[in-house]
Design a protein around this ligand. Structure first.
Ligand code: AP5
Length: 213
């Protein structure tokens, strides 16, 4: 199974992927997490990506496509992949199809988590992420038991540099200009399932699982 999670920044793709990967025994592949890991390790890719990410712009297609295609070749992806944050442009969607076709595979379902703009900005500005395990919290909607400390691993929580309001507004604009067209790409193939992402986290999970029935 190849499942794609679509939605604006802050829609809940990472939150839901983390829950679904446990329930479905699939591997969560997040383009944003892979890029942040490259930045942390100061790789060539990480150094190039940083300039785009801090401004809220997309990293060039060729770099992201190569990174994801390599990740999809790892042995742990054999039983299925939950793709979060990729594809994000029409050329990325075409490259994904091409890479999957070459292996006799295809995208089975595209799950679209829909959330209104004002909610998205609230979610991004209140988000805290664990530096160690990547678990995501929200200061109002999903707070940790102890402020600043991860419930899962005890790691330190931090706020992403691209979650500042000015950068978040740019990311939303980039999403509407460059990523929205691929919603129709999957809708036209009849594999898109839309879910109301304004509901509580567990209700969104239930609706996503219903899409996969
Ligand atoms: P990326 O890391 O992919 O960020 P994003 O798509 O902008 O998505 P987010 O991680 O911001 O949001 P999310 O939907 O995962 O929400 P979350 O679950 O955390 O990309 C970052 C950057 O990397 C890009 O700007 C770009 O530069 C680059 N990049 C990445 N992929 C690329 C690609 N393919 N091509 C080119 N460049 C690329 O939830 C948000 C908050 O809301 C959390 O605090 C959470 O606790 C809370 N929350 C979640 N669900 C609910 C709910 N139902 N109710 C209440 N609160 C909720």
């Amino acid at each position: 199974m190849i499942i794609i999670l679509l939605g604006a920044p802050g829609a809940g793709k990472g939150t839901q992927s983390e829950i679904l990967q446990g329930k479905l025994q699939m591997v969560h592949v997040s383009s944003g997490d892979l890029l942040r890991d490259n930045r942390k390790r100061c790789t060539e890719l990480g150094k190039i990506a940083e300039g785009y990410m801090v401004k809220g712009a997309l990293v060039p297609d060729d770099l992201v496509i190569q990174m994801i295609v390599e990740r999809m070749d790892a042995p742990d992806t054999e039983h299925g992949i939950l793709l979060d944050g990729f594809p994000r442009t029409p050329p990325q969607a075409a490259a994904l199809d091409e890479a999957l076709n070459a292996k006799g595979k295809r995208v089975n379902r595209a799950l679209y988590i829909k959330v209104e703009d004002e909610t998205l900005l609230d979610r991004l500005s209140g988000r805290w992420t664990c530096r160690n395990c990547g678990h995501v919290y929200h200061e109002k909607f999903a707070p940790p038991r102890t402020p600043g400390v991860c419930d899962v691993c005890g790691g330190e929580l931090y706020q992403r540099d691209d979650d500042k309001r000015e950068t978040a507004i740019i990311r939303l604009r980039v999403y509407f200009d460059q990523t929205m067209p691929i919603i129709d790409y999957y809708r036209n193939r009849d594999i898109l399932c839309e879910v109301n992402g304004e509901q509580p986290i567990e209700t969104v999970t239930a609706d996503l699982l219903e899409c996969l029935r």
